[in-house]
Design a protein around this ligand. Structure first.
Ligand code: DGY
Length: 320
C-alpha cells in the first residue's frame, strides 16, 4: 500500500526525518532552502499533510490555495502566528503545533537574554574576539545586577511560568501581566497586575513571553516604554511583532532602556538595522527552542499530530 505524502518544509533533526521517511512518502527539504508561499504551494501538490515551521508563511491566500489533497498542517513550533488559522478552519484543514515540549528551553533562553543583556556579555565577547581586551579594569563593562531585582513577565503562560521559576533562583521578585490571573498554585507568589501602568512601573527587567498576533502587535511602544523605570532591561523571546522597533531603539539610545536582549524580530531575518548599531543590545537568531532535546521532541510531537489526523483520531496537539 502506498504511504501518504508528507511535505516537510525545512530540514528537521535526523531521527525526526527518519521517522517521517519511515511512515510517509516524505518530501524532505535536504538543502534546507527557506520557503516562499509559492514554493510551498508547488511542493504541496498531491501532499496529504504539511509539516511546516515558524519561518514558513502560510497566510490566508496560501492556505486558501492549498491543494484539496492536504488534510492536515502540523507546525514545528508552539507559535502559530505564521499560519492563518481562520483560513485553515474555513478550509477544514486541522492545524497542530508543539506545545509544552519547548517550555524549558525557551525559558532558559529568556533567562540567558536577561543575564547576557544586563551583564553586557555581547560587548564583552566582541572585545575578547577582536583582541581588543587590554586587561581587567575596575570600571570595565559594568552591567546591572539582576539578583533581587523586580522582574516583570508579559505573558504568563507555560514559558512565562518556567521563567518565573528560574528567576526565583536569582531571588528576583516576579510580577506578571496576563490575560487572566493564575491560580495561587501557578502564581507561586508572583504578583498579578491588571493594568499596564502598575505592571510596567515595577519592571526593572521586562521579559516578553506572550504570543504574537494582532492582540499583542507592537505592544511595547513608546508610551509603555516611558512607564518603565529609567534604565530598565528589556528582553524578548516571544515574537518580534510585540515590539515597536523604532521606539525600543530610541529608548536604548536615550538610556530609558539600559540593555535589551532580543531573540526574535519583526520581519526576521531582515531585522531593523538600528539594532546592529547598538552595543547595549544582545541579538540572537531566534534560538529559543534550539536544544537537541527540544527540537527532537518538537519534531516527534508535530509528527504525532499528522499521524493522528490521517488516522482519523483527535490529536492532543490540535490548535484548530
Ligand atoms: C516556536 O515554537 O514558536 C518558536 O518560536 C520556534 O521554535
Amino acid at each position: 500500500m502506498s504511504k501518504p505524502v508528507l511535505l516537510v518544509t525545512r530540514r528537521l533533526p535526523e531521527n525526526v526525518e527518519a521517522r517521517a521517511s519511515r511512515d510517509y512518502d516524505a518530501r524532505l527539504n535536504l538543502a534546507d532552502t527557506p520557503t516562499t508561499p509559492a514554493g510551498i504551494l508547488a511542493a504541496s501538490v498531491g501532499a496529504d499533510a504539511i509539516l511546516c515551521c515558524t519561518s514558513d508563511r502560510l497566510d490566508a491566500a496560501t492556505v486558501s490555495a492549498l491543494p484539496a489533497s492536504v488534510r492536515v498542517i502540523s507546525t514545528f513550533s508552539v507559535g502559530t502566528d505564521h499560519i492563518d488559522l481562520a483560513a485553515a478552519k474555513a478550509r477544514g484543514i486541522p492545524v497542530c503545533n508543539t506545545p509544552d515540549v519547548l517550555t524549558e528551553a525557551t525559558a532558559e533562553l529568556s533567562m540567558l537574554l536577561i543575564l547576557a543583556a544586563a551583564r553586557r556579555a555581547g560587548e564583552g565577547e566582541r572585545i575578547v574576539r577582536a583582541d581588543a581586551w587590554t586587561g581587567w579594569a575596575p570600571t570595565q563593562l559594568m552591567g546591572r545586577q539582576v539578583s533581587g531585582k523586580r522582574l516583570g513577565i508579559f505573558g504568563m503562560g507555560r514559558i512565562g511560568q518556567a521563567l518565573a521559576r528560574m528567576a526565583r533562583g536569582f531571588n528576583m521578585q516576579v510580577n506578571y501581566r496576563n490575560r487572566s490571573r493564575l491560580s495561587p498554585e501557578l502564581e507561586q507568589g508572583a504578583v498579578y497586575h491588571d493594568n499596564d501602568a502598575s505592571f510596567l512601573a515595577v519592571c526593572d527587567v521586562l521579559a516578553l513571553n506572550a504570543p504574537g498576533g494582532a492582540a499583542t502587535m507592537k505592544w511595547l511602544n513608546a508610551e509603555r516604554i516611558a512607564m518603565l523605570p529609567k534604565g530598565a532591561v528589556v528582553t524578548n523571546a516571544a515574537r518580534g511583532t510585540l515590539v515597536d522597533d523604532e521606539a525600543l531603539i530610541a529608548a536604548l539610545r536615550s538610556g530609558q532602556v539600559s540593555f535589551a536582549g532580543l531573540d526574535v524580530f519583526a520581519g526576521e531575518p531582515a531585522i531593523h538595522p538600528g539594532y546592529r548599531e547598538l552595543e547595549n543590545a544582545v541579538l540572537l537568531p531566534h534560538l529559543g527552542s534550539a536544544t537537541i532535546e527540544t527540537r527532537d521532541a518538537m519534531g516527534h510531537l508535530a509528527l504525532d499530530g499528522v499521524d493522528a489526523v490521517l488516522a482519523g483520531r483527535l490529536p492532543g496537539n490540535l490548535v484548530v
